[in-house]
Design a protein around this ligand. Structure first.
Ligand code: COA
Length: 378
């Protein structure tokens, strides 16, 4: 029996918080009916066509696209933090190589955070000094965690490379062709912000308590690692990689639909229509797969997608961004278990922007729960 005078009213109660709104934001607008996604008023398709990840991260955090001199300052601030503390790399040596790369990377960030110049300073000014350091440190740490999977040492950054190219270089040990860097950068841009999804909300809860921005990002990473969230791109790729041809994929998908299978890389809490991030990446994925002689993988993807959407589309279930990023990352040479990492690297930009937007006057986030246990025994 539900008891207590503090039980929330039915209007404010929703399991999983579905449909509840926690505040206003000026950072991004998602239209889950028509498939629109804008950052600060710019559509992701336009940003992919005209901007770099550095410019887009500035836009998301600061609210405006940078002028040429603001962009140069932001780039040099990002370059300044490309060498995380040695202790974070030493910690990696003690982490089992079989651990998931996201867990390895999170462990390194925890160690690095203890070596920040002003860890206890949570004034607004100090929090604003953190995004460049977090973006650049995590890029280097993520690259090292991926290399650790097969026992390779970390690679020093190349100063004049942009964010996307330098991450790929520090991960792969070579600079990929321009079109692959551009495709990877497009994937970072479309994944850089997505409203108050579960991981962004986890970060917001942490910042609302008065904690530092690094702790908020670590909370976001934990939330993102789940299979329902950022872990889905790895699972979606593994599903597609089992098939050699479109026919095989179509036959399997029809049988899987019959038995009510839940397809990783499909469905979304907000989009009940095609995910605009998929559209922004499809041409890149097709071109890169074809340039690597992997046409069959593109055909598998389109066949699987057509089968699943023909049955589940009327229910509002379409391919989401996690269905396609692995198709880009695999031919570039990223290991499959590392696919969630670029997603995490990109989307922490949005988490930090939401935290900084909330900080000046946001109250501590602390929802209630309706008690449905035993009555007090007398
Ligand atoms: N494959 C098959 N059916 C799916 C589905 C999928 N990927 N996603 C949702 N559904 C179905 C459910 O079975 C359910 O059907 P029912 O009403 O007949 O029982 C219905 O759609 C609603 O599912 P629910 O889990 O309540 O919706 P949600 O809005 O909470 O789901 C996700 C959002 C993302 C958790 C869900 O779509 C999912 O698990 N997708 C796969 C994981 C994934 O790709 N995550 C990354 C998202 S970017």
């Amino acid at each position: 029996m539900i008891g207590g005078s503090r039980a929330p009213s039915p209007q404010s109660y929703a399991r999983g918080l579905e449909g509840l709104v926690t505040g206003d934001t000026m950072i991004s607008d998602i239209d889950g009916t028509t498939g629109g996604l804008t950052y600060r008023g710019y559509s992701i398709a336009d940003l992919v066509a005209t901007s770099t990840f550095e410019a887009v991260s500035y836009l998301i955090l600061q609210g405006e696209l940078p002028t040429a001199s603001q962009l140069e300052d932001w780039r040099s601030e990002l370059r300044r933090w490309r060498r995380p503390p040695r202790a974070a790399f030493d910690a990696l040596a003690r982490v089992p190589r079989r651990a998931h790369p996201l867990a390895q990377y999170r462990t390194m960030l925890t160690v690095a955070a203890c070596h920040t110049p002003e860890p206890e300073n949570t004034t607004l000014d100090a929090q604003w000094r953190r995004p460049a350091r977090i973006l650049s440190w995590t890029s280097a740490l993520a690259a090292a965690a991926i290399r650790h999977l097969d026992g390779r040492d970390a690679v020093e950054p190349i100063e004049d490379l942009g964010f996307a190219a330098n991450f790929l270089y520090q991960t792969l040990g070579v600079i990929p062709p321009d079109e692959e860097v551009r495709a990877f950068e497009a994937s970072l841009i479309v994944q850089a912000e997505h409203g108050l999804h579960a991981a962004a909300f986890a970060a917001l809860v942490v910042i609302s308590t008065g904690a530092d921005l690094g702790s908020a990002v670590l909370a976001g990473m934990g939330a993102l690692s789940g299979a329902r969230h950022g872990g889905a791109n790895q699972l979606a790729f593994e599903m597609m990689a089992r098939f050699e041809s479109a026919d095989q994929a179509g036959t399997w998908a029809r049988a899987a639909l019959e038995r009510g299978h839940r397809f990783p890389g499909f469905g979304h809490r907000v989009y009940r229509c095609p995910d605009p991030r998929v559209k922004a990446l499809e041409a890149h994925a097709e071109a890169i797969l074809k340039s690597h002689g992997l046409e069959h993988r593109w055909e598998v993807y389109t066949a699987l997608r057509a089968e699943v959407e023909s049955v589940l589309g009327p229910k509002g279930i379409f391919a989401n961004v996690d269905s396609i990023t692995g198709l880009l990352y695999h031919p570039m040479g990223l290991p499959v278990s590392a696919f969630p990492i670029p997603f995490c690297l990109a989307i922490q930009t949005g988490w930090m922007a939401h935290c900084l937007e909330y900080l000046p006057d946001g109250p501590m986030i602390e929802p209630g729960a309706v008690y449905v246990g035993h009555e007090e025994s007398s």
